[in-house]
Design a binder for this molecule. Structure first.
Ligand code: PLP
Length: 523
């Protein structure tokens, strides 16, 4: 079977399209149109534009020009339009429905943010323009930086990291620079709780550290005894998420900060879940040394599918001197960008990006902050926590919460409620697709068996949450009643049916190739 670029099966020639509905003649269902890959549909001859053969053009490729056909598809304009619109209708989106992916914070992006990000004075500038012509953009970056420092109570922030993971890299590189400057380069061990997001250990290793896992206690938080036992003079840092990836506030966070500092290490806080505490807790007050903020999560920018993102990283007094260039500073009445390490105060560890970061994200984040105000941001955090607890309270009689008590901004269930039903977490998630819901985050965090992590965010209404809970409740009861096929065969109503995900992951086919018989026909 041919595979498309996602490693998913695409239609082999002369066999029914596995992605199409098989109970209609056309493969479409209602107004949901079946659609082939563009390579299967299009051909260069079908392109809607005729370009005359260039006359007398001399090649300057030195004999390296392509001899065979390039094999690009081509479609007339209306066909191209239809192709992409049909594909777009198979996409799930936050503008279509609830996106309960835990850890990802898929919330509504107010359209005001988009309007401001598209202001001609901001969208039409170029990173290589003279600094005197982009003073407004610098002021916007400086203003956003100021608010990030206020909200976190920290003295410095690097605005350039382009994602959460990139912010982690920024923070850990600053920690490494600080250790090197103190003659402490032998400190190479980084403590990482076992519930950590995968980017944490990956970042530590990327920076030349190695990871030592801290177990969770039975309440889902850092096991303090185990943590203290791991401290020593080879420890560089701890990387801790708060609220953690189980959706729980690390109650001992101040004691953890004190202990790591006393042992001569630094405290990296993964701030991806800042949306649960923004306006209520200032991480600087908790003793953190570095923390990235996912602007795309906490401050509502559309994200997913690889971008865009922005991960400004705040620093404590101890790490501020090592923050990377570039950064903006006031100069007289205006602003300037400090571009080179030699012009900077302190000892920047270097530079992470070619320019300054994600300007569009900065504009959206500042717009979100300013339109909410300090009371609005605080309320967003409170409502995010309230919504998650509403889900937890409504579903705990049919699904099994992973930990006792209330949660922060995400509700975590394990798969005990499915035991003996023949239905797995994966099957349950697939059945949700048939019900019109994007699944929650599955099998993460790894510390919880068959984890289902639900983050509703504050932008869902009670009505929407009730419909979601009614559906999950009905599914849980169906599984417990033995309606197994509803799950194991799911999804049956989606354009693509159950896929062989293991095979797709183990032997991905990354290149579409013309089916053999078509190739023969063309020759
Ligand atoms: C999203 C997330 C990250 C990584 O952020 P990206 O912007 O996706 O790189 C790191 N840690 C946690 C806990 C996250 O939820």
């Amino acid at each position: 079977m041919a595979m498309n670029t996602q490693g998913r099966p695409s239609r082999p020639l002369h066999t029914p399209d596995p992605g199409a509905y098989q109970d209609t003649f056309s493969g479409s269902r209602g107004l949901d149109q079946a659609e082939q890959l563009i390579f299967e549909r299009g051909h260069i001859e079908l392109t809607g534009v005729d370009l005359p053969e260039p006359k007398g053009a001399m090649t300057r490729l030195g004999g390296l020009e392509r001899e065979a056909e390039i094999g690009l598809p081509g479609l007339a304009e209306p066909e191209a339009m239809r192709h992409y619109v049909r594909l777009s209708r198979k996409n799930y989106a936050i503008d279509l429905g609830l996106y309960p992916l835990g850890s990802c914070t898929m919330k509504h992006n107010p359209r005001l943010n988009e309007k401001l990000a598209r202001l001609p004075g901001l969208i039409d500038i170029h990173p290589l323009q003279p600094q005197s012509t982009v003073q407004g953009a610098f002021e916007l970056i400086g203003e956003l930086a100021r608010w990030l420092m206020v909200l976190t109570n920290t003295p410095a922030v690097a605005m350039s990291p382009k994602a959460g993971a990139h912010g982690e890299l920024c923070g850990m590189m600053a920690i490494r620079a600080a250790l090197d400057a103190k003659g402490q380069s032998h400190r190479r061990r980084v403590l990482v709780p076992e519930s950590a997001h995968g980017t944490n250990p990956a970042t530590a290793v990327q920076c030349g550290f190695f990871c030592d896992e801290i177990p969770a206690d039975k309440t889902g938080r850092v096991d303090m005894e185990a943590f203290k036992a791991k401290l020593g003079d080879d420890v560089a840092a701890i990387m801790l998420t708060n609220p953690n990836t189980c959706g729980l506030f690390e109650r001992d966070i101040k004691a953890i900060a004190d202990a790591i500092h006393e042992a001569g290490g630094y405290f990296y806080c993964d701030g991806a879940n800042f949306n649960a505490i923004v306006g209520r807790v200032r991480p600087g007050d908790l003793g953190i040394d570095a923390m990235h903020i996912n602007l795309h999560k906490t401050f509502s920018t559309p994200h997913g599918g690889g971008g865009p993102g922005a991960g400004p990283t705040v620093f404590s007094e101890a790490l501020a001197p090592y923050a990377p260039v570039p950064y903006v500073v006031r100069e007289g009445e205006g602003w300037k960008m400090v571009e080179h390490e030699a012009e900077a105060d302190g000892e920047p560890f270097g530079r992470m990006v070619a320019f300054h970061g994600q300007m569009g994200m900065f504009t959206r984040a500042l717009s979100y902050m300013m339109s909410h105000g300090s009371d609005g941001l605080k309320q967003a955090a409170e409502d995010a926590v309230l919504n998650a607890n509403y889900i937890l309270a409504r579903l705990k009689h049919v699904m099994t919460p992973a930990f006792e008590g209330t949660c922060m901004h995400e509700a975590l269930f394990d798969d005990r409620f499915l035991s003996g039903t023949g239905v797995s977490t994966l099957d349950f998630a697939k059945a949700m697709i048939d019900e019109g819901y994007h699944p929650m985050t599955m099998y993460f965090p790894l510390v919880v068996h068959g984890a289902m992590l639900i983050e509703p965010t504050e932008t869902e209404s009670k009505n929407g949450l009730d419909r979601f809970c009614d559906t999950l409740e009905a599914l849980a009861l169906a599984a417990q009643k033995g309606d197994t096929e509803r799950f194991t065969a799911a999804p049956v109503h989606a354009p693509a049916k159950r896929l062989d995900e293991t095979r797709a992951a183990r032997s991905p086919v990354l290149r579409w190739e013309k089916p053999a018989d078509e190739q023969a026909a063309a020759e």
